[in-house]
Design a protein around this ligand. Sequence first.
Ligand code: PBG
Length: 328
Amino acid sequence: MSSFPDVRPRRLRRSAAIRRLVEENRVAPAELVLPMFVKEGLTEPRPIASMPGVVQHSRESLRKAAAEAVHAGIGGIMLFGVPERKDETGSGGIDPDGILNVAIRDVVAEVGDGTVVMSDVCLDEFTSHGHCGLIAPDGTVDNDATLAAYAEMAVAQADAGAHLLGPSGMMDGQVGVIRRALDAAGHTDAGILAYAVKYASAFYGPFREAVESTLQGDRRTYQQDPANLRDSLREVRLDVAEGADLVMVKPGLPYLDVIAAVRDEVDVPVAAYQISGEYSMVEAAAANGWIDRERAILETLTSIRRAGAQIILTYWAVEAARLLRERY
Ligand code: PBG
């Protein structure tokens, strides 16, 4: 005697054990990357108000936190530097003694090859106007002049020991120019994690506090229009052709369809950046008691993984690694 319904998907959901057995997507600590901020001249870490739990590190606290992150088993660290003084050309980003380059050396000395050390190749943290590139006399962001600066910046970061360079400024040709500069400087083994797809997003708000950005206006003449998808596929094809070793989509959660499309488009590993605003939204809702914080963290990471990102940059990397260990 058969009973209706014959097909009962709930059989595979009846216990935690069976749900674990049939789980389709799982995030591993080794695929999480922790973005970290280091601020020149600090003696103590300084909290970032809009990102509860995230700090601007001092050189000393950065070393310690990097060692802890490696101990937690995460896959990598992405470093951002905040200089004491910003200028028109962002010279602190290129200076071998600038805060980011110094911090790369510190972290490489501390954790060596125990993790993948990545660094942001972009001028916005270092420029007085807050744009990602150099400003032309007519006030626009000068693509080709900026490329020359990125080439120098990338070589300085590779000299400091960074394993992967992350150009995030969305200048046309940035991956190609950096690849050639690295090779010419003998850094053929330094890889490029290209921010291939990067939308002009409102969700970067808290990051701008984290790097003390002075930006007036927006980045819509170089970052992408959130309405577009074909434009993203064009960007990733170009970056792969120019030599990107990995490609990244950013932000994460509002762009899951883009992650999935990019995954289908290319053969290189795909990363996604769960950005500051995504972090702050969950933290703010959780602080109000409106959502279960830990479940929300894992749910967002799993969603980004399900969409097709193999690597996820997230400010929760270390905590999520612990939560994942407890769960599996
Ligand atoms: C540019 C850069 C930004 C982020 C990463 N690299 C800021 C921007 O484009 O405005 C944002 C990351 C985040 O919001 O967490 N150097």
